[in-house]
Design a protein around this ligand. Structure first.
Ligand code: ASP
Length: 309
């Protein structure tokens, strides 16, 4: 049997130790552990990597702590616009959604785009119509309301260069969530889900739903889920770049992932991190920020739940 394993993230950023209360830290760690265990259980029961990453990401989306699903940040119009994607490393099938609102679990909608449509990427009203046709749970705005997120928005709502600020001030936290998994058969998968950036407008879309940028999976190389300043991750085609270094330069998973995050993304000016897995169940979780909410678990007995460097 193949070594099976899973890794998850809840976003990277300037997570300075001491700025978080011990109670909050316990809450974050237990939310990460809950998502990790949910995904791992799928793998342990012989389930597929795609099922495992969907389960883990759903659990993160259901937590108010992370910027995805329930905890999504506010847009400039005081609404929520969510993006998500999922990819199967065996078939290279993929599904993605963008600019959707009210959907409880965007990752499951992306999964349905992959499994039940002829397409890869649906956005906006069309994606919402597809969601209704496929009976996805819709929640009202009260479900997505969080006082802390609302305060974050109030602070910058009258500015419009929020994205630049975000990158410049280096005091930002990216709460996007993601999971990568390798199942008992050695198939890998990746899923990513986000509310994007606070105060975003003009239909701004980040890297998270873009196959190759924020999310990618191919059994031959790796499965990747990213978090960070999306514009840079799009321009760096980050997830696919890691796969390219493995395929064309024959780099190890850890060397390729670190090269992209610590050198290439930094050179562009971007900050963030990623989680990576390969078909041997190996895991790498590099980031170039102060911290990244992350966790991993493998059938060889290794388990990690971590926030800071
Ligand atoms: N990458 C996400 C975006 O740009 C943000 C994040 O990682 O939290 O939409």
């Amino acid at each position: 049997m193949n070594t099976f394993s899973i890794a998850i993230h809840g976003g990277a950023g300037t997570l300075v130790k001491g700025m978080m209360t011990p109670e909050k830290e316990i809450e974050y760690r237990s939310a990460l552990k809950n998502a990790l265990d949910g995904g791992y259980q799928v793998l342990e029961n012989g389930g597929t990597a795609v099922d495992a990453v969907e389960e883990a990401v759903k659990r993160l989306e259901d937590s108010y702590l992370f910027n995805a699903g329930k905890g999504s940040v506010f847009t400039a119009a005081e609404t929520h616009e969510m993006d998500a994607s999922i990819m199967d490393g065996e078939s290279l099938n993929a599904g993605a959604v963008s600019l959707i609102s009210g959907i409880k679990n965007p990752v499951s909608l992306a999964r349905d785009v992959m499994d039940k449509s002829e397409h890869v990427f649906l956005a906006g009203d069309g994606a919402m119509e597809f969601a209704k046709n496929n009976n996805h749970a819709i929640e009202d705005s009260a479900y997505f309301y969080d006082e802390f997120r609302h305060k974050q928005w109030i602070e910058i709502k009258d500015t419009d260069s929020f994205q630049l600020d975000h990158a410049k001030k280096k005091d930002s936290k990216f709460g996007t969530v993601g999971a990568v998994a390798c199942d008992q058969k050695g198939t890998i998968a990746a899923a990513t889900s986000t509310g994007g950036m606070t105060n975003k407008k003009f239909g701004r879309v980040g890297d998270s739903p873009m196959i190759g940028a924020g999310n990618y999976a191919n059994n031959e190389t790796c499965a990747i889920s990213c978090t960070g300043s999306g514009e840079y991750f799009i321009r760096g085609v980050v997830a696919y770049d890691v796969a390219c270094l493995i395929e064309h330069k024959e780099m190890s998973l850890a060397a390729a992932a670190t090269e992209v995050i610590s050198k290439r993304v930094l050179k562009l000016g971007g900050d963030g991190g990623l989680i990576a897995i390969n078909a041997n169940g190996e895991i790498s979780m590099p980031f170039n920020t102060e911290g990244m909410y992350r966790a991993s678990k493998s059938s060889n007995g290794e388990e990690v739940v971590s926030i800071y460097k």
